[in-house]
Design a protein around this ligand. Structure first.
Ligand SMILES: NC(=O)c1ccc[n+]([C@@H]2O[C@H](COP(=O)([O-])OP(=O)(O)OC[C@H]3O[C@@H](n4cnc5c(N)ncnc54)[C@H](OP(=O)(O)O)[C@@H]3O)[C@@H](O)[C@H]2O)c1
Length: 223
């Protein structure tokens, strides 16, 4: 799509990690880039706050959602249900509310790009909250792409990517996890935020892409 001085892109979750990389790539283009997250005062689990946010931003061309990276681990039998529901309220329901509100003010030619994750289609015991949340987003994106056409709606599904999402881990354990993954993945490396950012740019720029799940996961799904 052509970017002009009037193009408005909104990156929810753009204050960190993958979203920050998308926001910096879009900032190289003409137009305005709005970034929001809890640290800028927007919690996407608060539907009224999301509606008010889009009122302030005005008409937009592109919405990118990367917010909500945490979800409790655990088996179906023992997972903390309260934490699991809270994770859904942010990543799944928050994303849905963002799409509903953004679609109201989106200009012709607009796009919405969600974020899922490779666990949506990889079976790893103890990760079902992430799997279920991401699979739900991947299913919904296809329905939304029909319901909101000719707006184009896609989802980028990242594999393990080196971002602030892992800053809570001890440095050694984190590096060991990245090294182990790099040694196992067909691509021979883990993702960098800039690798994943290219998927959102592809979804925005290619006018023939809608309802697509764009896997950028170093081959995790063929491993
Ligand atoms: N990194 C990976 O290995 C990986 C793998 C697969 C999928 N993903 C997915 O990729 C997306 C981005 O992950 P990332 O690694 O870039 O994570 P990140 O660095 O932790 O960034 C997450 C962003 O979401 C925002 N956020 C979190 N909760 C929010 C809320 N309730 N309301 C508004 N904003 C909120 C955070 O900002 P505030 O704290 O200021 O709110 C931050 O800007 C996530 O959906 C994640 O599940 C990541």
């Amino acid at each position: 799509m052509t970017f002009t001085d009037n193009t408005v892109s909104v990156v929810i979750g753009g204050t960190s990690g993958i979203g920050a990389a998308v926001a910096s790539a879009l900032a190289e283009r003409p137009g305005r880039v709005e970034v929001a997250s809890r640290s800028t005062g927007l919690d996407i689990a608060d539907a009224a706050a999301v509606a008010a946010y889009f009122q302030t931003v005005g008409p937009i061309d592109h919405l990118i959602v990367t917010a909500g990276s945490s979800a409790p681990g655990g088996t179906v039998a023992d997972v903390d249900l309260k934490a699991a529901k809270a994770a859904f309220d942010i990543k799944f329901w928050g994303t849905i509310v963002l799409a509903r509100e953004a679609a109201k003010t989106m200009r012709a030619g607009g796009t919405i790009t969600f974020t899922s994750g490779f666990l949506a289609r990889r079976t790893v015991p103890g990760t079902f909250v992430k799997s279920a949340m991401n699979a739900a987003l991947e299913a919904t994106v296809k329905i939304l792409a029909r319901e909101l056409a000719p707006l184009r709606i896609n989802v980028v599904s990242p594999g393990l990517t080196r971002t602030e999402a892992y800053s809570g881990m001890a440095g050694d354990a984190r590096d060991a996890m990245f090294d182990r993954a790099a040694a196992t993945l067909p691509a021979g490396r883990v993702g960098e935020p800039e690798d994943i950012a290219q998927g959102y740019l592809f979804a925005i720029d290619n006018p023939f892409v809608t309802g697509s799940v764009i896997d950028i996961e170093g081959g995790a799904l063929i491993n």
